[in-house]
Design a protein around this ligand. Sequence first.
Ligand code: G6P
Length: 614
Amino acid sequence: MCGIVGFTGTKKAAPVLLNGLEKLEYRGYDSSGIAVRDGENNPVVIKAKGKLEALVEKTNGGETVVGSCGIGHTRWATHGEPSETNAHPHVTADMNVVGVHNGIIENFQELKDKLIRKGYDFYSDTDTEVAIKTIDYYYKKYKVGPIDALAKTMVRVRGSYALAVMFKDYPGQIFVARKESPMIIGVEDDSAYIASDVPAIMNYTRNIYYIDNLEMACVKPGEVVFYNLDGDVVPKEKKVAEWNVEAAEKGGYEHFMMKEIHEQPRVVADTIRRGLGGTVDSITDEGMGITDEDLKKASLLYVVACGSAYHVGMAAQYVLEDIANISTRVELASEFRYRKLPLDKNAIMVVISQSGETADTLAALRKAKEAGIRTLAIVNVEGSSIAREADSVFLTQAGPEIAVATTKAYTAQLIAMYMLAIKAGVARGVISGEEGARYVEEIKSIPTKIEKTIDDKERLQWFASKFSNITDAFFIGRGLDYAVCMEGSLKMKEISYVHTEAYAAGELKHGTISLIEENTLVIGVLTQAELIEKTISNMKEVKSRGAYLVGVTSYGNYVVEDSTDFTIYVPAIDEHFVASLAVVPLQLLGYYFAVARGLDVDKPRNLAKSVTVE
Ligand code: G6P
């Protein structure tokens, strides 16, 4: 969570920092701040509570801040409420060290007590102030310079961090350190950039260096040098970021979320292309990142993820078990990481993550690796921690996703999992090569069908405007449809703040039905022919208790229309893959509910896109 930027070069730093922070606001947005130095002068520190606009206004878009070296931060509060005092950057009383931090310092209280004994005062409630003052303490105690002070701090602190720090004696330089929390460095001509994520600096450079865990770097105009904990220089290779600048802009849409919903057809096509690895209809070992041999041997699949990525796993489970006849356990990473369970060494673990930085998912991946389990990561961000640590990687082709509520990354992950299921099915002899090819043809039809689904958006907008003041909604379905409900429910609650729940339709009668009142909105997803009648029965049960019924189904299932008050159709497709279509109207409903309620769709309260803390 939290976003960090840094710049050192020959132009004004503040506008670059603000521009970068704007691109990182999806990581946190309860307060922000910058520290900028003009030559050897002490840094000017400016902070503001609330969204970044407040800081932009305060600094006149950065124009009033003089200096060409600086750091910036947009915050998602962990320690200490959102306030100007708790906002970063944090400084020592003598301005010797100023820094920004992303992550959590777990032993901050112990360090703080020690520093207080050494004469330090604290003005904020943050763990970051403690980290900055610890660096200052070691810098002054050992007098060996910034890298040494950072290394000593890194040995002393427990937790996760990406730190960007400026030292009074080193004008024009920014020192960074990293453990777990993401951080990249870009170098272009006589400038250098620091950021938590690629979109923040894409406007300026594509030349990216990745700093690894427990490494530090000294960033100067046009130059970066990396160090390990012993202070030895670590050679690094430059990577060129593939994402383009337009992809991280709104491109005429009012919100990133709407733009990203519209990007789904392209994202699906690109992700399929990736899996096909140059062939027409067979999923290659290289394309998928895993061999037929491995899939054949696998005794079990663990699918581990958080949030919407977990919902992808839930939907994929039905497809994997049916098409590939492979037992699939879908687990929440935050639960899996701490559970004491017998792990099957012959299993494959698939972790799914957009950011590739979700702390719990990363921890689950490591747990599997320690147990000797082969790991495959379905990840959207190249060079992210998960992408680098997994045995093999399938890179989803969603491009930068900015809206906090995921849409296109979810869809791309789902496609990756379909491809895994088809590949595993063929590899394990459950389906023939021809059947596999037929399935591939079917998923190739998804982009056009998503487009058709989006075309119906005005009706959904109308519906949302009528119902936008409701307080509760229930999403019900069976089997794969239940998995779609989980994502639909999350989409609505996270951005519109309507209380929603997803329920396996058959479970309603075990408790939830007592919440149904006159006009309670119940959205049923009914796409699985075998289960439609069953879910309709459950919908009738709630209807007779006053519910207003919406049905989401595929063209052809006209029986749904007779039993619901409002029906949403998606194009017909092989039922295994229908989640890719059925989720789209639910994404749109969530979006339109939030817009109708006048909410900030792209930046819902209390949430952050990249959850790098436990
Ligand atoms: C956050 C995001 C979700 C995402 C989840 C997991 O909650 O808002 O959209 O599904 O984290 O993130 P990951 O980057 O691992 O997919």
